[in-house]
Write a protein that binds this ligand. Structure first.
Ligand SMILES: [Zn+2]
Length: 107
């Protein structure tokens, strides 16, 4: 785990502050048969340019953040099997990248 992963974590205290427009819209992304509610959340802009929260129906929640070196996710698959190993990332990163919401890691 790199130090940038820690820095890229969302700033929880500002999560509740979201633009009024976003309250009227919702996005659901199907990933390998699971359905996730996806929403942009504020993040530490010194570490990440954008952050998303992905919340599964069972309320399991992951965060994907976009960094200069590529996207990161806080799911176990990314942390233990993808970070620094697989440029394509975990299924959450692949799904967001497929819709242009994050930029894949450049080789
Ligand atoms: Zn993930």
């Amino acid at each position: 785990m790199t130090s940038s992963m820690t820095l890229g974590r969302p700033v929880e205290k500002t999560v509740r502050r979201r633009p009024a427009a976003l309250a009227r819209f919702g996005m659901v992304l199907a990933i390998n048969g699971g359905r996730y509610r996806v929403r942009p959340i504020p993040c530490d802009r010194t570490a990440a340019s954008r952050c998303f929260e992905l919340r599964k129906e069972d309320e399991t929640t992951y965060h994907v953040s976009q960094h200069v070196h590529g996207p990161e996710c806080d799911c176990p698959d990314f942390i233990f099997h993808r970070a620094g190993i697989d440029p394509a990332g975990c299924k959450h990163i692949k799904a967001l990248a497929a819709y242009g919401m994050v930029e894949p890691t450049r080789n």
